[in-house]
Every structure is written in structure tokens, then in C-alpha cells.
Ligand binder design. Structure first.
Ligand SMILES: NC(=O)c1ccc[n+]([C@@H]2O[C@H](COP(=O)([O-])OP(=O)(O)OC[C@H]3O[C@@H](n4cnc5c(N)ncnc54)[C@H](O)[C@@H]3O)[C@@H](O)[C@H]2O)c1
Length: 349
């Protein structure tokens, strides 16, 4: 802390620039360091973004996170490196006494998820998982409407992650890797939203996978339908495809005994059909449009929550157990798609 402000750093300068912006525009933080192994001269897009936020002059630049991890000035670190490094970097940072905001997916491996959870318990530091759907206005409203009973009792929910990966392999092509299953790497957005909206533990998953769109990628499946059985009886369905030809969306539908909600991450409106709202005697209550703000990658709210947790004792609603349970739910569906059998979902982290 310096002058009452948290001293922040960002590891990985791709998606990490959203975190840079969020730290730079929040009065609770000073951004004091960034870390990325890319050597000079930097690619023009990265040099331009460093200049945009005046990072060359105002922050320390590290090339290896191991050199940054013991910097005593730093209180909070966003881990926004490629997925494979999240566990190693998060655990090292926690052990060095830092608070960590880790990009999704928390890890690509269940054992690593458990290890991060153990490190959080051991060190007592704050850890948040950066699942952006939890801060998307339409999805926040959908969750609130479900919780207060606007659609009666929820019994089925569908979420999706539709993203054409053909041209988003990442710097050095790290997404195009057999270790990065798309259901965990990207589909975790939809799985996490499903879990958060239904607000219960998942018991079991069954899934099918296929691969046509990214046929030349070294992954087993680029597309999935994954079913989830929640302990409260709700049935969930996640459509995840990274091999399709369509704009990036997360269209989602929630079915209750007295109504239905349709929403997505990019539309300025969501739809509600509700029997109590229309007081309709029949089954075909029309949908009404509800205007919503579009804020699809709301890292500002995540960074704000981290400051509220550290400085003002706010509840961590995206803690390490939430991150690990989403990894486990994805891993169960992936295993099911490979074995053809239903798979129990681990919840004890
Ligand atoms: N929340 C979201 O919606 C969202 C969107 C995109 C990416 N992500 C996640 O953010 C992370 C980064 O993805 P991206 O799209 O920025 O990828 P990217 O390839 O565009 O950028 C990654 C950056 O990390 C750097 N890097 C590579 N190895 C590193 C290491 N060992 N330590 C530190 N930095 C390293 C690379 O040089 C590069 O600049 C991934 O985990 C990804 O899943 C989240």
C-alpha cells in the first residue's frame, strides 16, 4: 500500500490490457508493474497500447514473472498469461503474499485447481477468478429475476459459448494446443454462468463432442453439447463451439414454472415471458423486451470488487472454490464426451 492505494501489477499483456485499463481508472490502485516475456522491439499493437496507458514511463517492466513475484511494492496481481501458466504463477504470487485476480480458466487441470485452493487457504491471501459473465448487466439481471421468483421455480437452463477460434490462436498459437480443450479453455464462460445463475452444486454431467470446424487443430473436439444435473433438480445444457461460423455470443435461456428469460452478452435488451407479469390464463404469454446496458468484458467491476474485498471487507463472490468448481464441471463434461458415460462432478475444494 502506498498513500492508501493498492499497488497493482499485470502479468501477460494481451487480455491483460483490459486489466491495465481497469487498474488505471480505479482510484483505489496505482499500476506499478507489468510483465510479459515479449522482447523488444515489441509488436506495433503492443507498443501502441503501452504508450496509450503511458506504461513505459510510469511502471516497471518485467520479462519473467519470477523476477516480479518478490517485488515488495506490489499488493495485487492480475494473472492474464496463457492458461498453462495460471496455476504456477498464482501459487507463487500467493506464497509471496500477493492478492491474485486470475483470468479464466483458473487452470486446465483439476489437480492444479485443488493446489491453488490449497495455496489460498495456506496463505490467507485473497484470490478472485475473473469470470466476466458475473459482471455482465443482462446476466446479473437474469440471476436476480430467477432468485426473486419472477419466472417461478427454475427447472431448466441453457447457456452457450460460441466463438470462432480460427483466427484467435493467441500469441505464438497457444490456444492451438492439445492440452487446451475448448470446453475448459473458453466454454468455462458458459459453464460458470450456468453454475452462478442456477446457484446450486452440480451432481453429474453427460456430454457429446465433435470436431469439424477446426479439423486441423490438435484437439479432440471443437464443439460440445454438455448436460448438467444439479443437486436441486435443475437440468442445465451448455453449447460450446469454437469451430463454428458465427459472431461471438453467449445466448442463454432460463425456464421457470411461471416464465422464461432469454438473454445474451451482446444485446441491448433481454426478453421475459412471465405469467404473473401478464396475469395470463393461457400458456402463451408474450415476451416483453427489457433494455439492458451492454458491458461484455467488465473487468472494471472485477478490479473494484477486489479493492472492496481487501480494503473494505466485502464478500468475495468469485473465490477460488467457485473457480475450481467451474474447472471441475468442465472437466467432467470433457471426460464424459471421451468415455460416453455420465461423470460425477467434484465440488469439494
Ligand atoms: N475474460 C475473457 O473474456 C478473456 C478473453 C480473452 C482471454 N482471456 C484469458 O486471458 C489469458 C490471456 O489470453 P490472451 O487472449 O490475452 O492471449 P494473447 O496470446 O493475446 O496474450 C497473451 C500474452 O501473454 C504473454 N505471455 C506468454 N507467456 C507468458 C508467461 N509465461 N508469463 C507472462 N506472460 C506470458 C504473451 O507474450 C502475450 O503478450 C488466457 O488465460 C485467456 O483464456 C480471457
Amino acid at each position: 500500500m502506498k498513500n492508501g492505494k493498492l499497488q497493482a501489477a499485470v502479468i501477460g499483456l494481451g487480455e491483460g490490457f483490459r486489466h491495465v485499463k481497469a487498474f488505471k481508472t480505479n482510484a483505489d490502485y496505482d499500476l506499478v508493474a507489468v510483465c510479459d516475456p515479449l522482447p523488444e522491439p515489441l509488436p506495433p499493437h503492443m507498443a501502441a497500447r503501452l504508450a496509450e496507458w503511458d506504461l513505459a514511463n510510469t511502471t516497471k517492466r518485467y520479462y519473467d514473472y519470477k523476477e516480479m513475484v518478490n517485488d515488495p511494492e506490489i499488493d495485487v496481481v492480475s494473472v492474464t498469461s496463457p492458461d498453462y501458466f495460471h496455476a504456477e504463477q498464482s501459487i507463487a504470487l500467493l506464497e509471496a503474499g500477493k492478492n491474485v485476480l486470475c483470468e479464466k480458466p483458473m487452470t486446465l487441470d483439476l489437480g492444479e485447481a485443488a493446489a491453488i485452493a490449497e495455496a489460498v487457504r495456506r496463505t490467507g491471501k485473497n484470490f478472485m477468478i475473473a469470470h466476466p459473465t458475473r459482471y455482465t448487466p443482462a446476466f446479473i439481471l437474469a440471476k436476480k429475476m430467477i432468485a426473486r421468483g419472477d419466472i417461478g421455480e427454475l427447472f431448466m437452463a441453457e447457456t452457450e459459448y460460441a466463438h470462432n477460434y480460427r483466427h484467435v490462436g493467441g500469441v505464438g498459437g497457444w490456444r492451438k494446443d492439445a492440452r487446451r480443450d475448448p470446453l475448459l479453455g473458453g466454454g468455462c464462460h458458459a459453464v460458470d454462468f450456468l453454475r452462478w445463475a442456477v446457484d446450486d452444486l452440480i451432481d453429474e454431467s453427460f456430454a457429446y463432442g465433435t470436431k469439424k470446424g477446426l479439423a486441423d487443430w490438435p484437439i479432440d473436439f471443437d464443439s460440445y453439447f454438455a448436460l448438467y444435473k444439479f443437486k436441486n433438480g435443475v437440468i442445465g445444457k451448455v453449447m460450446c463451439s469454437t469451430g463454428l461460423s458465427r459472431p461471438y455470443t453467449m445466448r442463454s435461456v432460463f425456464y421457470g414454472t411461471k416464465g422464461t428469460i432469454i438473454c445474451d452478452n451482446l444485446s441491448g435488451k433481454m426478453q421475459l415471458s412471465s405469467v404473473p407479469f401478464f396475469d395470463s390464463p393461457n400458456d402463451s404469454t408474450p415476451f416483453i423486451d427489457i433494455p439492458v446496458e451492454v458491458n461484455n468484458h467488465n473487468v472494471e467491476s472485477q478490479v473494484k470488487l477486489m479493492a472492496d474485498i481487501i480494503l473494505r471487507g466485502a464478500k468475495n463472490t468469485a473465490d477460488v472454490v467457485e473457480g475450481a468448481r467451474t474447472v471441475a464441471a468442465c472437466a467432467a463434461a470433457i471426460e464424459s464426451a471421451h468415455t460416453g458415460k455420465p461423470v460425477k462432478v467434484r465440488n469439494d475444494f
